[in-house]
Design a protein around this ligand. Structure first.
Ligand SMILES: COc1nc(N)nc2c1ncn2[C@H]1C[C@H](O)[C@@H](COP(=O)(O)OP(=O)(O)OP(=O)(O)O)O1
Length: 190
């Protein structure tokens, strides 16, 4: 699948030493007691998978503002108080650009979840999260997110379905985590 992405990310994503700038995205989850709101992606990247709500950070926009905007565009929920809890880096073998996904959660929102052109929202109980119909990385980091931890992960994908390598760690403060630019793993994968 080809997916063209992300011209004009803002300053912190600028490439170092001529490297391609990271593709910077947001991913927001709304939680209530015992349940979480997911959206079924109807088009584009991740089509056919359940996920949180998010997308590309626009030029001149903060990551937080991008997360608030995307959540509203895709679910109709207004949640200015989103807490950043994670950073996930995705390397797709053969693609020199990393995807840098900033993960947010909140329990404070107004509005009623509504279907958008991009997403069909649905509440899931925490015991019934449909991991088999989600990105394969989610099963690794969701437990940390659901425990209210901060986390950093780096996942290397071959194609859209296979994780060939990953690192995941809980961090004290997600705001202090350095964000790599460009693929980090120098292992020869033949
Ligand atoms: C590779 O693993 C991933 N796992 C998870 N859980 N989420 C991911 C992964 N890769 C990307 N994502 C998230 C990040 C974003 O929330 C969306 C992709 O956003 P999209 O490309 O749809 O961005 P928009 O700005 O909404 O796109 P449009 O151009 O369609 O408006 O997936």
């Amino acid at each position: 699948m080809t997916y063209s992405y992300f011209k004009g990310d803002n300053a912190r994503s600028k490439a170092r030493d001529g490297m391609a700038p990271n593709k910077r995205l947001t991913l927001a989850f709304v939680q209530e007691a015992g349940r979480i709101l997911l959206g079924y992606k109807k088009r584009g990247f991740g089509c056919g998978r359940w996920n949180g709500f998010g997308g590309k950070v626009h030029d001149g926009e903060t990551v937080h503002a991008g997360a608030v905007r995307e959540l509203e565009e895709e679910s109709a929920l207004i949640a200015p108080k989103l807490d950043k809890v994670g950073v996930l880096m995705f390397e797709f073998l053969g693609d020199p650009q990393l995807m840098e996904v900033h993960v947010f959660t909140t329990k404070h929102y107004s509005g009623t979840p509504s279907e958008s052109e991009e997403m069909r929202p649905k509440w899931y109980s925490l015991e019934e999260i449909p991991f088999k119909e989600m990105w394969p990385d989610d099963v690794y980091w969701f437990p940390l997110m659901l425990k209210g931890k901060h986390f950093y992960g780096y996942f290397t994908f071959k194609g859209m379905n296979d994780i060939v390598d990953y690192k995941l760690r809980e961090v004290e403060n997600i705001h202090d985590v350095p964000i790599p630019q460009g693929p980090q793993d120098t292992t020869c994968r033949g």
